[in-house]
Design a protein around this ligand. Structure first.
Ligand code: ADP
Ligand code: MG
Length: 718
């Protein structure tokens, strides 16, 4: 029988791998058990060493080598007790993945044996080479190596394998010249920039607290689950992460019967197991539910500081994929695994604050607190307006192109949703400041109290790419397969720049006279609303009207990756990233080049897969069926019957169309995958044509001959 029939049979044979224990091993008792956390360090390190390390973690003070040696030794003992034989500096290359190179703790003891050893130097710096990672021209392979540098602010942890465990140390990856080759370094730099500018604002409002103002992130992860037998029966899913063929299932998501529905047992078991694994790694998973499309689900952790949230987000994707296999499932994180069904995003909730300042995007209770909140909010408005192109660029990828603007995800136009109350507040400020004659109640900053802002989901606008949700912003255009590093670097830096602008204006206006503050804030907000208010849109982002309206307002509508990525090279973007020390011009260009290359490679691989599957799986199935029909026709004729040839004619026509379409694709993909625009204009449409005829054939060819697991099987057999 075919691979497809074998896959169905295998999916039906699924057996649960056995139960987890939750009464004796409560979630609290396992949380963080594989993390070298502050509490573990407190227990295992001499007091002065611990104190000095906390100074480094919390206040960014330099780490001295005695401290490093002490920490390394304690970390190694802890890891070895947990069965570790090796350690690895984990880093985050521009591919968006997670990279690791393992080293053994073993060192010769001078007497022919070995001892486990781990020095401060080995903890702090590694030399993984890693010369095959994309660097966009920063580093040639013949040049000196890349270095990994311990990120003290992200805790080390243990990863388990049935045969042993590995100590994982989160690190930054830089070239010998100090240039960032990774996604972590810019996150750390952008957090520093944001902290510095945020402090200037809070100082104006009389809070000179020392605590580091960190950006915080809570990423919601959407994903699909399918039985792994189907996954292996689909070369397209296996290699490109999405189905390049497949007719729509007779039933899709139209009944909305999956969204928030009861979670199937097998899936729930998978979720509980993944959550437990993530808990043990100290990742605070909070929510789970069914999503809109059949087979689609979501998981969200509690928010953490941007840097830790980014590392944890990488762990989330890794653990989901690993645990899925244990349950005979495959976890798909591609943005659009199935045509015609909702794609998957990763909503990144973002805010900033500290234990001493609280959440700076929380309105607060007094008019004075409200005023500070409004400045932070206005800075976000100004930042998003000025850098809408950059925000679009950091969510651009071949995968996310299938999702953005597809009436299920936010449109490719970046705008801000404020909710009706806050939008009203800003409207009043605009009018008030302009001394307009409109009698509507104007709001006086620092005197009036804001109305309580709606936090409930009723006021949420799901069609907005950037939405205020009561005490944070939610960036919804991020794709499900993304590292959240890029979006966070962009948000942190553009807001730092806007806060810098606001602080400078306010400092000048206020001088030594604190009583001028609220008036200065009022004029600043009015100015920002007049200059940048066009970015605010509370309506339906899916409607045609919005596209027309957005164009009138002069907002960018960058439909695809080739339109969006060049925004990274805009002078205003380059200037900003260098000014705040987040990315030098060369570092920024290297990112542009890497992402262009990744886009083209993705399209090339998809084109190759489309050709291969069409030629070696679909075409043969079609002609087998054609032969069956032709044979029947000839046999019937021979005994004097008439055979109606409509089906045979149809199949013959489609086979011809399929062959022609494959030829067009072969020509288009021969050269055109070098250039993003040609990918969009020639290669992707040619792939769609091949798919169109293949999907039509799927609807007629005898089911027992059809080679690829169907949408119906993948989405509903579980
Ligand atoms: P919804 O689906 O309604 O948007 P979820 O509960 O799925 O809400 O996700 C909300 C996310 O926002 C969670 O990860 C939560 O921790 C996060 N979040 C809440 N407050 C903040 C904050 N101050 N900064 C960043 N993220 C936050
Ligand atoms: Mg959300």
């Amino acid at each position: 029988s075919s691979i497809r029939q074998a896959a169905i049979a295998s999916a039906l044979r699924y057996q649960s791998p056995g139960a987890l224990e939750f009464i004796e091993k409560t979630p609290e008792s396992v949380f963080g058990e594989n993390v070298f956390s502050k509490s573990v360090m407190k227990k295992r390190l001499p007091k002065p060493i611990y104190k000095s390390l906390m100074q480094t973690i919390d206040a960014g003070e330099k780490l001295d080598s005695t401290v490093a040696d002490n920490v390394a030794s304690a970390m190694k003992d802890w890891a070895v007790e947990k069965g570790a034989t090796h350690y690895t500096h984990v880093f985050y290359p521009l591919t968006g993945g997670t990279a690791e190179k393992h080293d053994s703790f073993m060192a010769p003891n001078g007497e022919g044996g070995t001892i486990a050893a781990f020095s401060g130097k080995e903890l702090c710096q590694g030399e993984p080479d890693g010369s095959s990672f994309p660097t966009g021209g920063i580093r040639q392979t013949h040049e000196a190596r890349g270095y990994t540098i311990w990120d003290v602010t992200s805790p080390a942890y243990i990863l388990e394998n049935p045969n042993g465990t590995t100590l994982c140390i989160p690190t930054a990856f830089v070239s010998w010249t100090g240039e960032a080759l990774d996604k972590k370094t810019p996150v750390l730099r952008s957090m520093r920039a944001l902290d510095e500018q945020a402090h200037r604002i809070t100082k104006l409002f009389g809070h000179d607290a020392k605590a580091f103002v960190a950006s915080t992130a809570g990423p919601e992860q959407e994903y699909f689950l399918i039985d792994k037998s189907f996954f292996y029966g689909r070369p397209d899913l296996l290699t490109s992460g999405r189905t390049l063929f497949g007719a729509a299932a007779p039933k899709g998501q139209e009944f909305d019967d999956h969204y928030f529905g009861a979670i199937p047992d097998r899936v729930l078991s998978f979720m509980m197991d993944s959550e437990r694994e993530l808990f043990r790694l100290g990742v605070p998973i909070k929510t789970r539910h069914n999503e809109v499309a059949p087979g689609q689900f979501e998981l969200a952790p509690m928010f953490e500081t941007a840097n830790v949230a980014t590392d944890h987000q990488q762990l989330i994707m890794m653990v989901l994929k690993k645990v899925a296999k244990k349950y005979g499932l495959e976890c798909l994180t591609h943005e659009k695994p199935f045509a015609g069904l909702n794609g998957s995003g990763k909503h990144v909730n973002w805010s900033l604050g500290s234990s001493e300042h609280g959440n700076l995007l929380d309105p607060g209770d007094t008019p004075h607190e409200n005023a500070q909140f409004l400045v932070f909010c206005a800075a976000v408005i100004k930042a998003v307006y000025k850098h809408q192109g950059l925000l679009r660029a950091v969510v651009a990828s071949a995968g996310n192109d299938h999702r953005l603007g597809a009436n299920e995800a936010p449109p490719a136009i970046i705008s801000i949703f404020l909710g009706s109350q806050l939008a009203d507040v800003f409207e009043q400020i605009k009018i008030g400041g302009a001394k307009s004659s409109i009698p509507k109640g104007k709001l006086e900053v620092g005197v009036d109290t804001l109305p309580p802002l709606d936090k409930d989901a009723g006021d949420r606008n799901r069609t907005s790419p950037f939405a205020f949700t009561g005490n944070r912003f939610e960036f919804r255009a991020v794709g499900s397969n993304f590292s959240i590093a890029g979006p966070l670097v962009a948000m942190n830096t553009i807001v730092a720049e806007a806060l810098d602008y606001c602080a400078t204006k306010l400092e000048e206006a206020v001088g030594d006279d604190q009583s001028k503050l609220h008036g200065a804030v009022q004029s600043l907000l009015t100015e920002i609303m007049n200059d940048c208010g066009a970015i605010i849109f509370n309506g339906d982002g899916y409607s045609e009207d919005w596209h027309v309206e957005a164009e009138k307002r002069g907002l960018l509508n960058l439909k695809s990756t080739p339109d969006a990525l060049p925004q990274l090279l805009e002078p205003a973007v380059k200037e900003m990233f260098s000014k705040y020390g987040v990315l030098s011009e060369r570092e920024l260009e290297s990112r542009y080049e890497t992402y262009v290359e990744q886009y083209c490679m993705t399209v090339r691989v998809e084109a190759n897969l489309t050709k291969k599957i069409a030629r070696t799986m679909i075409f043969p199935a079609a002609i087998r069926y054609q032969r069956e029909l032709a044979t029947t026709c000839a046999n019937l004729k021979a005994v004097g019957y008439d055979f109606d040839t409509v089906t045979l004619d149809k199949v013959t026509g489609l086979v011809k169309n399929l062959q022609d379409a494959i030829d067009v694709l072969a020509k288009a993909s021969e050269h055109d995958c070098e250039d993003m625009t040609e990918c969009v204009n020639d290669v992707l449409p040619a792939m769609l044509k091949v798919r169109e005829y293949a999907d039509k054939l799927e609807a007629i060819v005898a089911d027992d001959i059809w080679p690829l697991p169907t949408y119906q099987e993948m989405l509903f057999i579980k």
